[in-house]
Design a protein around this ligand. Structure first.
Ligand code: AMP
Length: 400
């Protein structure tokens, strides 16, 4: 796979439409965490330094009615970006029309402009018409007409076909990946399509039902698939192991059986658990092998499972990890996730990839993120990528 990237583009004097992911947490106009803005800086700066005129588009939250708009304006984001770049950034409070077109005409090389929230187009004249979110063909065409080239750096929306990603790309001669997007394609795309073996997948988190697609796809690609976290106990139930009050999806027990039959010894389950009587960090806990006694629930994998998993992982050359091994949000049940994260950091010959969502939160909270090769920025997008699906946002980027 060779997608066009921002480095392949001639940028000098060009109007560069850029789809970025500025969907930051925002309350009363105050940005809670600007990680996503910071993450987009390398691509924005590259465009500026190469004489491009950066026209930035992003969605922010969800807009279902006219009254949702003021709280989800992109203005504070443009202000934060201006601080981070230490340079004025033009904010245009509309998503189409003369004011936007004039502002773009007035740009000089190296300038940056932020357009209002693309999802303002979801509600027009009070009606929830979803022009952006349903990829209205006229809207994509219009936005495309505002620029010369298109750079998509918003991996988090790559699993959606919206006007601001797919719509624009399909109306441009050249649609390229930004640096963030390029990294996601390189690491997740390669792991799924072309992994260096041995390839081990670690799947955890709460529910089997959320991960069926990922389990099935990775079972067909990986040499071993380790299962941990809450979904373990649906597999335990399928094996006839006692699970006490642990998390279980009764309607997925048959599916778990099917998966185990198909997978054989490729699937590796925990052999011990940290259990407690309540879902509470202060609940008294103990460690048991296999069977969970009545009245107890399993909240983390135990030390024997950690050793077993390390043994499976030690020779791996590619590791993909999605979902924590236990209730990592509670310090007394974070150990399994922490130990596996730390161990992955020691695998210097391996490409270690964390697949987004809660897994990203877990490795960041536990302080092991820096020792891993790639931490995905997308939640739903990474999951669908790991399921082997074609992501429309990536498919719409031009081939080299
Ligand atoms: P997911 O979004 O599917 O990756 O699930 C992440 C959530 O699974 C986290 O909030 C964890 O607290 C939760 N989780 C992990 N292990 C367990 C467990 N043994 N019992 C209940 N919840 C769990």
């Amino acid at each position: 796979m060779a997608k066009l990237t921002v480095e392949d583009l001639e940028l000098e004097g060009k109007k560069v439409l850029m789809r970025v992911d500025f969907n930051v947490p925002i309350k009363d106009g105050v940005i809670g965490n600007d990680n996503r803005i910071v993450a987009a800086l390398p691509t924005i700066k590259y465009v500026m330094e190469h004489g491009g005129r950066a026209i930035l588009l992003s969605h922010l939250g969800r807009i279902k009615k006219e009254e949702d708009k003021p709280a989800l304006s992109m203005r504070p984001v443009a202000e934060r970006l201006s601080n981070l770049l230490d340079k004025p950034v033009t904010f245009v409070p509309v998503t189409e029309g003369k004011q936007l077109e004039d502002a773009i005409d007035n740009m000089n090389n190296g300038d940056v402009l932020v357009m209002e929230n693309t999802r303002y187009e979801d509600v027009v004249d009070g009606e929830n018409v979803k022009r952006e979110s349903k990829n209205d063909p006229e809207l994509g065409k219009y936005w495309a007409s505002l620029g010369d080239v298109f750079v998509n750096d918003a991996f988090g929306t790559a699993h959606r076909s919206h006007a601001s990603n797919v719509g624009i790309a399909s109306n441009m001669d050249q649609a390229a990946a930004g640096f963030l997007m390029e990294k996601e394609i390189k690491f997740i795309g390669n792991a799924v399509d072309n992994p260096v073996h041995p390839f081990v997948a670690i799947l955890g988190g709460a529910k089997v039902s959320d991960k069926i697609g990922v389990i099935n796809n990775l079972l067909s690609k990986a040499d071993k698939v380790i299962v941990g976290g809450g979904m373990t106990y649906t597999f335990y139930a399928a094996k006839g192991i006692k699970i006490g009050n642990s998390l279980v999806e009764e309607d997925k027990i048959d599916l778990a059986k099917e998966i185990m039959e198909k997978a054989g010894d490729k699937l590796v389950l925990p052999i011990d658990s940290v259990i407690a009587k309540e879902f509470n960090n202060d609940a008294e806990s103990k460690i048991v092998d296999n069977d969970i006694p009545d009245g107890y629930m399993a909240l983390d994998i135990g030390p024997k499972s950690v050793d077993l998993f390390k043994d499976v992982l030690k020779d791996a050359k590619t590791v993909v990890w999605n979902g924590p091994m236990g209730v990592f949000e509670m310090s007394n049940f974070a150990n399994g996730t922490l130990e596996i994260g730390k161990f992955l950091g020691t695998l210097s010959d391996a490409t270690t990839i964390v697949g987004g969502g809660d897994s990203t939160a877990a490795v960041q909270q536990l302080g092991v993120a820096d020792s891993l090769t790639h931490i995905s920025t997308g939640g739903g997008a990474s999951l669908e990528y790991l399921e082997g699906k074609t992501l429309p946002g990536i498919a719409s980027i031009s081939e080299k």
